[in-house]
Write a protein that binds this ligand. Structure first.
Ligand code: 5GP
Length: 345
């Protein structure tokens, strides 16, 4: 047994230290980024925020709404081929620039991925997603997808340490998805005792990926716009959001009324709710590692995304970053023991 003694940090352990700046308005801040990806050689320009591939976040409707903000959506893997076909009929190239196809790593998943990609050559991104990215099987699957779809931008995860980031990039991933345990409806840390504070995971994994010309997505744990900014400040190239984008018109999920108020069910993709819906129940060899919550219904996602992007723009002005790309360079985090004043709730 070994113990690592250096402290690992989450978003709530730090704040940005403000810096002198010549920017006087957040409208001067550029949030779009241009990337050329390592293996695919593909280029992409957009605002590097991604709606999570959860079935009550990463919907086709979400993609249509967020593309207007140049924000990406990882479409969840439970749509049928027929549903994809009808979405793709009306989707233009611009919209598909902001869409990722999600897949698991089984033979059936590979078949389905192949069929979806055959429907449109304009789909650029594939998101290979399993809860435990440390499985050898993921590495082999990434290699197979890279060999078969050499021009696609491949995202793979989830992992939280530099060694595994490197292995996935060397196997053919352009982008590695980082995060085990920080999610809003995730119970992995309590069910298994496994996890890694998300800001440290981003800092360490970003460093490993950038050394090899790869990119990372900070996935999970953002509870507010400030956390999204901290993820970028720590070195995330992209930030993936689940809970922050759930509960909207575009999120999917049924609206229920209770005492005259509207709510929406939101659940983890390995929760009992999701397993019941897609796998006929929780298999007896595994525990559910996600929870189900009832969120107040929040209307259209447009206001929420504008609010989040506005917050990140404002962070940039506080530290003097004219572009999101400069934010990490301009970031000094201070360790803190308090965040906001909660006297009024
Ligand atoms: P959030 O932005 O809500 O904090 O985190 C979203 C992320 O949580 C997702 O992108 C995914 O990586 C993770 N996640 C979603 N569902 C589950 C689940 O049931 N269990 C676990 N462990 N993680 C989940």
């Amino acid at each position: 047994m070994r113990i690592e003694n250096d402290l690992k940090l989450g978003f709530s352990d730090v704040l940005f230290r403000p810096k002198r700046s010549t920017l006087n308005s957040r409208s001067q801040v550029e949030l779009t980024r241009d990337f050329t990806f390592k293996h695919s050689g593909s280029q992409w320009s957009g605002v590097p925020v991604i709606a999570a591939n959860m079935d009550s976040v990463g919907s086709f409707a979400m993609a249509q709404a967020l593309a207007e903000h140049q924000v990406m959506t990882a479409i969840h893997k439970h749509y049928s081929i027929a549903e994809w076909a009808s979405f793709l009929e009306s989707a233009d190239e611009k919209l598909l620039n902001y869409v990722m196809v999600s897949t698991g790593t089984s033979e059936r998943d590979f078949q389905k991925l192949t069929e979806i990609l055959q429907l449109s050559s304009h789909i650029k991104f594939v998101c290979i997603d399993i809860a435990n990215g440390y499985s050898e099987h993921l590495v082999e699957f990434v290699q197979k997808v890279r060999e078969t779809f050499s021009d696609k931008v491949i995202t793979a995860g989830n992992v939280v340490t530099g060694d595994m980031v490197e292995e996935l990039i060397l196997a053919g991933a352009d982008i590695v998805k980082v995060g085990i345990g920080p999610g809003s409806v995730c119970t992995t840390r309590v069910k298994t005792g496994v996890g890694y504070p998300q800001l440290s995971a981003i800092i360490e994994c970003g460093d490993a990926a950038h050394g090899l010309g790869g990119r990372i997505i900070g996935d999970g744990g953002c509870t507010c716009a400030g956390d999204v900014a901290k993820a970028f400040g720590g070195g995330a190239d992209f930030v993936m959001l689940g809970g922050l984008l759930a509960g909207h018109d575009q999120s999917g999920g049924d609206i229920v009324e209770k005492n005259g108020q509207k709510f929406v069910h939101f659940y983890g993709m390995s929760s009992a709710s999701a397993m019941k819906k897609y796998a006929g129940g929780v298999a007896n060899y595994r525990a559910a590692e996600g929870k189900t919550v009832l969120l107040p219904y929040r209307g259209s996602v447009h206001n929420t995304i504008e609010d989040i992007l506005g917050g990140v723009r404002s962070t940039c002005t506080y530290v003097g970053a004219a572009k999101l790309k400069e934010l990490t360079k301009r970031t000094t985090f201070i360790r803190v023991q308090e965040q906001e004043n909660t006297i009024f709730g």
